[in-house]
Design a protein around this ligand. Structure first.
Ligand code: ZN
Length: 477
């Protein structure tokens, strides 16, 4: 524990390796069937995936009859099946995806796994209820459930951007890395930096004595020096990336201090920003991504394109917005009321879609981010999140570009282009398979048939093909 405090950067490595050693020791000491199952699912060693069709996300081409040779958690070689097969050991385990289209695992660059709001009340009351009724420990367990739903939907990597209590995201990231729970690879931010009040909105009505409620969720800053200190604290707490809530109260000097201090520590900065003032403050300070940016003006988009600052458009899809119309309202509404509500949903999506079109025209790099933190009855967190990619296509993006936002581009934003985002040798064996043609119908991504993360099968709809222990389906609420 003391060592971890002294060397926070080493923490996840230490925790993961200790856990692995723990599993190995358990397998050696026990002769039970459970231990044997642990061995086979952890030591998959060499696997050959036969891909009927593989999407090369870089060129946009389909390659037919491909082989992917996987050794432990990484891809060793990809190429024509006959060639790869001749390089594989004779007893190699084979996963037959000859009737499927294989793609890299998806990346969601804007998640809140440790939050799942009730759709019946708004964001601010939800935040208060979450912080006052759930410990960070129980939020980390919620995050484990949400993370598993993401993984089963094909999201093998996320950048989780705050609203995680006091470093619950760090705990979840490390637990996943150690193999304690199944979930996506995580880049985490710890508490978001914010001006006094954070995102509670009605914070002026929270008595001063209860400031600690705000402090559990946000790292409050009101000077450039405090901004620097908050970045250092986040790095100490285990953040891989710094998140800042850019409100009108955040001054350009504070934002510059955040970016300078974060970059000095090798951390990227993700800035929540909505309007002209906020997006301008963020872009001019040189953040690495602007999240949401619903009301961003064209000249700020130009600055983003020049500085290669990513836009993370958390737009959802039109269908997702329709689903947001509250279920109890649907039951009681007249046909006219229902039409009005659906029109509002369509307008919200249409408004976001216009902004995305302007960003594409300006040449701004785009990474997919769902920002799903509300329960969507009837679908899992993962399926609701992947729908954002369909939303980009509904806004006029090509299907290939939309897939790139959730693979190549997002990997680049995370600084993980050497690990994830494409099916290349040396990268993690994170891949998904769909039945149809995602370049023709992007909604195929919402019906993922097979998911592998780090060489381990985590979902397979074909029970005969399963190599690893199947997961039972779970849902939250
Ligand atoms: Zn968000």
């Amino acid at each position: 524990m003391g060592l971890c405090k002294l060397f926070p950067g080493e923490f996840s490595w230490t925790l993961a390796s200790v856990a692995r050693r723990g599993v190995a020791a358990f397998v050696l000491l026990s002769s039970s069937g459970f231990a044997a199952a642990q061995t086979s699912s952890n030591d998959s060693s060499t696997v050959l995936v036969k891909a009927g069709r593989l999407l090369d996300v870089k060129t946009g081409d389909y390659r037919i009859d491909q082989g992917i040779l996987i050794v432990e958690e990484r891809i060793k070689e990809v190429g024509p099946l006959s060639v790869i097969q001749s390089h594989a050991p004779k007893d190699v385990a084979i996963i037959d995806l000859t009737h499927f289209t294989v793609l890299p695992g998806l990346i969601d660059a804007h998640t809140h796994l440790l939050q799942n709001n009730y759709s019946r009340i708004g964001d601010e009351p939800n935040l208060l209820v979450t912080v006052t009724s759930m410990s960070t420990a129980s939020r980390a367990l919620l995050g484990a459930a949400m993370g598993r739903q993401d993984l089963e939907a094909g999201v093998t990597t996320v950048r989780d951007v705050g609203n995680s209590g006091l470093n619950g995201d760090v705990a979840l990231r490390d637990a996943i890395e150690a193999g304690w729970v199944m979930g996506p690879r995580m880049v985490v931010t710890t508490r978001a930096l914010a001006a006094p009040g954070g995102q509670f909105g009605s914070a002026e009505r929270i008595p001063h004595e209860l400031q600690n409620i705000i402090d559990q969720e946000y790292s409050i800053i009101s000077t450039p020096d405090e901004a620097r200190r908050a970045v250092k604290q986040a790095v100490y707490d285990g953040a891989d990336c710094i998140k800042v809530i850019t409100s009108h109260q955040i001054s350009p000097e504070e934002m510059k201090a955040i970016v300078e201090e974060a970059h000095r520590s090798g951390k990227k900065v993700a800035a929540h920003a909505i309007d002209d003032v906020e997006t301008r403050t963020a872009a001019e300070a040189g953040v690495d991504s602007v999240e949401h940016a619903y009301d961003i003006p064209d000249d700020v988009l130009k600055v983003m394109a020049q500085k290669h600052i990513f836009l993370v458009p958390t737009d959802g899809s039109e269908e997702l917005w329709q689903r947001n119309v509250r279920p109890e309202f649907r039951e009681r509404a007249t046909p006219q009321e229902l039409k009005d509500a659906n029109d509002i949903a369509r307008n919200v999506f249409g408004w976001r879609s216009q902004r995305l079109k302007r960003a594409i025209a300006a040449g701004v790099p785009i990474a997919a981010g769902s920002d799903v933190y509300v329960d969507h009855p009837g679908i899992t967190r993962g399926v609701a999140s992947v729908a954002v990619v369909r939303g980009y296509v509904e806004s006029g993006m090509s299907t290939l570009e939309a897939i790139r936002t959730a693979t190549l581009n997002a990997a680049q934003l995370l600084g993980w282009q050497d690990r994830v985002g494409a099916l290349d040798s040396g990268k993690f064996a994170d891949l998904i398979a769909v039945s149809g043609d995602p370049l023709k119908d992007i909604s195929e991504l919402e019906r993922v048939q097979f998911v592998m993360k780090g060489g381990v099968v985590v979902k397979d709809t074909d029970s005969k093909r399963q190599l690893a222990r199947p997961l039972t389906r779970q849902s939250w609420f």
